[in-house]
Design a protein around this ligand. Structure first.
Ligand code: XIL
Length: 356
């Protein structure tokens, strides 16, 4: 090789080695003692090479986006279909990842036979206990943490009307958190090793909803109801984010001895017809991601940060907003890391800490 060429080649190797040394993947950055870094996943996409490669490289935690909800597992009354959930567990095991389960008690994403079945309260109680028990036992030792109850409280801090609460409910209608407590007790009996979470959206900062959640969890802790943590969904829209309020809320929740998981982080942006967001919005988005990571990293009780998907190609935001919003995740539609990705890597590398 001519001398010039040789020098050039050596320099190139050095530059590549240096840049690799300086930019760990999200997963590597987290394994240097940050919180778990996770994402919601759809098992039917594992066959897409870029999807699997990015997922395996960047994350050490996965959560089935829809695959272990009632509407997937319980398509037919009396049957349990674990195929999709099992695929997620298999992928996780093959890639050394943990799995969160989502969710056992929710008023949404339930099958028609349940919604329209006109069941009595005792029948619903039996159905719910059997569901929690069968599903948690199936995944015992494989799913380490479960969102037992999802979105039970509304913006005013009241318990939402739901099939499990009061339509007709499992026999505890009008008794506030009693049905939530019952679900946690059944979950603990089913798999005493699993960490049990209450998961909620809209109560991430300080407001009437988060006050009501806090009061419920404080009471649960006082009375020894088996609960280990709270999931803060963190769907950020309109580029509005109250970092201070989120930190304050995480602090009071962890002071109850609970773990906090950020469970469904995404930051949706206005997009044009081709799904493109403006460069200004993408930079602001990166700063919001950074602030979310910072809020979690500052508190040792915040033990996982999970996004609701990872590529803008496959995100619920598009369908949810009828195409007016999107571009909410860390990777673009071509799986290229966005500014938000660089921001969280920086933040996690800077703030690395402690064991889980
Ligand atoms: C959403 C999924 O992303 C969609 O695929 C599905 O069609 C509807 O549910 N809060 C939750 C999640 O707790 O389960 C929801 O997931 C998003 C809002």
């Amino acid at each position: 090789m001519p001398r010039n060429c040789w020098i050039f080649h050596t320099l190139l190797v050095l530059v590549v080695a240096l840049s690799e040394a300086q930019s760990p993947t999200l997963r590597q950055a987290s394994e240097n003692s940050g919180p778990l870094v996770g994402t919601a996943v759809r098992p039917y996409l594992f066959s897409e090479a870029a999807y699997s490669a990015t997922l395996g490289r960047e994350f050490n935690l996965v959560e089935p986006e829809d695959a272990v909800k009632w509407w997937t597992i319980r398509q037919k009354q009396g049957e349990f279909n674990f195929r999709d959930g099992d695929e997620v567990v298999r992928f996780a095991r093959a890639h050394g990842m943990k799995v969160r389960g989502h969710c056992l008690v929710w008023d949404h994403n339930n099958p028609d036979w349940l919604n329209k079945g006109n069941f009595s309260a005792p029948e619903l109680a039996r159905l719910l206990q059997a569901h929690i028990t069968t599903v948690m036992k199936h995944y015992a030792g494989q799913i380490f943490a479960w969102d037992v109850v999802n979105e039970a409280i509304d913006e005013k801090g009241q318990f939402r009307d739901s099939i499990w609460y009061n339509r007709p409910g499992i026999g505890l209608a009008g008794k506030g958190s009693a049905y939530v407590e019952q679900a946690f007790r059944w979950a603990h009996e089913a798999d005493p090793q699993a960490l049990l979470f209450y998961n909620e959206g809209g109560g991430e900062a300080m407001n009437r909803k988060s006050d009501a959640i806090y009061a419920m969890l404080k009471d649960f802790r006082k009375r020894g109801v088996p609960i280990d943590g709270i999931g803060l969904q963190m769907h950020v829209s309109n580029l509005e984010f109250d970092g201070k309020g989120v930190q304050e809320n995480i602090l009071r929740l962890t002071q109850l001895g609970l773990q906090v998981h950020i469970t469904e982080l995404d930051v949706s942006l206005p997009v044009d017809k081709s799904g493109q967001a403006s460069p200004e919005d993408l930079s602001r988005q990166a700063e919001i991601y950074r602030e979310v990571y910072r809020a979690c990293l500052q508190n040792p009780g915040c033990t996982a940060i999970q996004t609701w998907g990872f590529t803008d190609k496959w995100s619920w935001i598009g369908s949810h907003s009828h195409g007016s919003e999107g571009a909410a995740l860390l990777f673009d539609r071509m799986y290229k890391p966005k500014a938000a990705y660089d921001a969280v890597i920086q933040e996690i590398s800077r703030g690395s800490r402690r064991s889980r």
